[in-house]
Write a protein that binds this ligand. Structure first.
Ligand SMILES: [Zn+2]
Length: 238
């Protein structure tokens, strides 16, 4: 049985590695982007500090908060300004263990279009079981009252209104802003950000040469998603 400190140290390690993976994968420039992980039993969230250069970032600088986002350690750096969005998503998406936010170019292009990302091919279907939704724009009042918290609320609202299982489609495009992805582990959540960005790039290219709308048939979506996920999955070595 690991001690609380050992568990937090391991969380910091994973969150640090997850954050460092974002620039390596070409998903962030400057200090844009953040990764977090939750431990619901301990009531802890670990998240990237705000505005720290990736080249100078250290594992020890990862910020530890409670489930409301209150800082728990002395001499802590300030958490990512998007922490309240993460808190809202963790509160509502109970099986999610890690959240990633980036401004990766291709996903931002789609987010800025205001359109959902349609399923044009199996690259998308292997990871996301349907179109990736785009939220509505936040209202002026929502932005002024609690911008980051309301960003989380509008994501949750989108999934509830469209009756989407957040583990079947572990990604969202926030209108006029960019992508959030999540998963049952840090590595899964980071991978989903990469797959989302690639799927967005491919969809943009497809639409630029497509003459008639050519969505992937539902049976192909079923085949590709369900052979990798769910109780009858058979893809890979697992
Ligand atoms: Zn952002």
């Amino acid at each position: 049985m690991s001690s609380r400190n050992e568990i937090i140290s391991a969380m910091k390690e994973r969150v640090f590695e997850g954050n460092m993976a974002l620039p390596q994968l070409g998903l962030v420039v400057l200090t844009w982007g953040n990764v977090s992980e939750i431990n619901r039993d301990l009531g802890i969230i670990v998240i990237k500090p705000s505005g720290v250069d990736y080249k100078k970032m250290a594992k020890e600088q990862m910020v530890v908060t409670d489930l409301e986002g209150n800082i728990l350690e002395e001499d802590s750096l300030k958490p990512s300004s998007d922490l309240k969005t993460h808190v809202e998503l963790y509160r509502n998406f109970k099986d999610v263990q890690s959240i990633v936010h980036t401004h990766s170019r291709n996903a931002v292009i789609w987010a800025q279009s205001g359109r959902e990302l349609p399923v044009y091919g199996t690259t998308h279907a292997d990871t996301f079981y349907g179109p990736v939704p785009n939220t509505r724009q936040l209202t002026k009042e929502e932005v002024e009252a609690d911008y980051e918290g309301n960003t989380g609320k509008v994501i949750v609202e989108t999934f509830e209104e469209q009756n989407i299982d957040p583990l079947a489609i572990s990604a969202v495009l926030v209108n006029g802003h960019g992508p959030f992805t999540w998963g049952t582990s840090v590595s899964k959540a980071v991978e989903n950000s990469l797959v989302l960005d690639e799927s967005c790039a491919m969809a943009s290219g497809t639409e630029s040469i497509m003459t008639d709308k050519n969505l992937l048939p539902q049976y192909m979506l079923d085949k590709h998603y369900l052979r990798k996920h769910g109780k009858n999955a058979y893809y890979g070595q697992g």
